[in-house]
Write a protein that binds this ligand. Structure first.
Ligand code: CA
Ligand code: CA
Ligand code: CA
Ligand code: CA
Length: 494
């Protein structure tokens, strides 16, 4: 009897809950096509949950922040899918009367895609505490005065992918800013991020007025279970930061992984990878390359590990990385010498005589894929279950064993131009060098003496790899298509 009387009650409850859930996903979601500033600003406020705002190509001189509250499930995107076709202009990164922020996510399940946000005084994208499960995909942020993408606190399950964050304009000091007037700037900066994924992004040249700043990718203040992978971070004050050296009284990052990233730092650029107050974190198969000579400024800060006796670095696992530069150990108990990190299964080139430019395809142009000359790195790593792919999403291992660093040499097979796809462009490379001597980048895929039919076979067997919309574009391919290398050099020279 008890069971009989009990069941109908639950049946009613389930029916009511089902109706409630259904009401949250209206069939009447609308698409708003906008091609004027006022329309975009109007619909950002007036649209209903699950609506879509589609922005026509053009440059939009924005007049206000898009504060998107009660907008669960809303998508805002550029119409063409090409980020540079839609530019939202805020008035200038150094212009105190410019708009402070472009988008504030104050709702769950929002998507922002396929546009450029340029010249805002503080942030391009700001995840407020309600901004869980949001996606930022194929968004370019250019010349943003503080953090390009900022998480307020405890943003859960967010995804930032295929984005380009960079700076071509020099940051000017803000004397009235209470903290760090010259260097309060960074790329992706999330406090208390949980289960967030940051992948296939390019973060470049984000630097304060006084050669300082926060990480290109920075998780801190009780972040947990996050993944940072396949990003290219170059020319930032700090490359990838787990935790802030300033004690927050918590584990700053726990149960998170940093894998298959390229990080390049020049002598005036402080840190490649920083690990502060971490618990159960993994740093696998990254290429962290310091240019310049040993002893140059910041050489020994290529890696920085820090903690205190209340939150001592615990279960930090560093393996299969290529590190050109030294390690600074500020931990309470010590033990993170370069020799110790090398013994954990990494290449740590403190002398600067092993990891040389010729190990990489074109480090000056930000291409840290391995060449056939990286003998000490190729097939020198151990197999890790957490790293089944490389930065190109090529399978690991290729050959008998995995390689050190973010790139697996020769993977994906047939990808002569390192864009993570095996297609007609690679065929063109192969055919241009047919019957000539050459290396991988010339279409010699089987490491013998000649570019010939055997290499064609390798290419044709893997033809189509990396195609399809479900496969994100590797960060390095973004770099190729965006032509960002020349921009970087202009600012450095200018
Ligand atoms: Ca290998
Ligand atoms: Ca590869
Ligand atoms: Ca290719
Ligand atoms: Ca060959």
């Amino acid at each position: 009897m008890k069971v009989e009387s009990f069941l109908p009650g639950w049946t009613v409850l389930i029916a009511v809950m089902g109706a409630l859930l259904a009401s949250q996903t209206p069939a009447s979601a609308e698409t708003h096509y906008v091609d004027e500033v006022w329309e975009l600003e109007y619909w950002a406020v007036q649209c209903n949950p699950y609506d879509e705002i589609v922005i026509a190509p053009g440059t939009y001189n924005m007049t206000k922040c898009l504060y998107m509250q009660n907008k669960q499930g809303v998508t805002v995107r550029g119409q063409t899918g090409v980020a540079s076709d839609v530019v939202l202009w805020g008035g200038g990164m150094n212009n105190a009367s410019a708009i402070q922020e472009c988008f504030q996510f104050v709702s769950t399940d929002m998507t922002l895609a396929d546009l450029t946000i340029e010249g805002y005084y503080n942030h391009a994208v700001h995840f407020q505490p309600a901004g869980d499960r949001c996606i930022v995909d194929n968004v370019t942020t250019l010349n943003i005065g503080e953090q390009h993408m900022k998480g307020a606190v405890n943003n859960d399950d967010c995804v930032i992918r295929n984005c380009k964050l960079y700076q071509t304009e020099a940051r000017v000091c803000r004397p009235d800013h209470p903290v760090s007037p010259c260097n309060y700037i960074g790329g992706i900066d999330l406090h208390g991020a949980r289960r967030c994924e940051i992948y296939d992004n390019v973060v470049m040249d984000i630097m304060g007025a006084d050669d300082g700043g926060d990480g290109g990718i920075f998780l801190w203040n009780a972040s947990q279970n996050c993944v940072i992978e396949r990003n290219v971070v170059i020319g930032c004050c700090k490359g990838i930061e787990l935790g802030n050296p300033s004690d927050q009284g918590v584990w700053q990052v726990q149960d998170s992984i940093v894998r298959n990233n390229f990080v390049l730092s020049r002598p005036n650029e402080d840190i490649g990878i920083e690990l502060c107050y971490t618990l159960n974190c993994k740093v696998y198969n990254n290429t962290v390359y310091r240019t310049g000579a040993p002893g140059s400024q910041d050489w020994n800060r290529t890696f920085h590990i820090d903690d205190n006796r209340f939150h001592e670095t615990t279960n930090l696992d560093i393996q299969n990385n290529i590190i050109r530069g030294g390690i600074t150990d500020h931990t309470y108990s010590g033990g993170w010498t370069a020799a110790a990190v090398e013994a954990m299964g990494n290449i740590v080139d403190v002398a600067g005589t092993l990891v040389l430019p010729e190990w990489f395809v074109d480090p000056d142009n930000l291409n840290l894929h391995l060449t056939e000359l990286a003998i000490a790195a190729i097939n020198a790593a151990v197999t890790l279950a957490d790293v089944p792919e490389d930065i190109d999403r090529g399978p690991r291992p290729a050959g008998d064993f995995p390689d050190m660093g973010a790139d697996e040499y020769g993977s994906p097979a047939g990808d002569a131009n390192y864009d993570g796809k095996v297609d007609g462009l690679d065929y063109n490379v192969w055919s241009l060098h047919y019957q000539q001597a050459g290396n991988w980048g010339d279409g010699n895929f089987n490491s013998d003496a000649l570019v010939d039919g055997l290499d064609y076979n390798v290419w044709s067997l893997n033809y189509g790899f990396g195609e399809g919309s479900h496969v994100p574009e590797p960060a390095f391919a973004l770099l190729l298509t965006a032509g960002l290398g020349p921009i970087l050099r202009r600012r450095r020279n200018g």
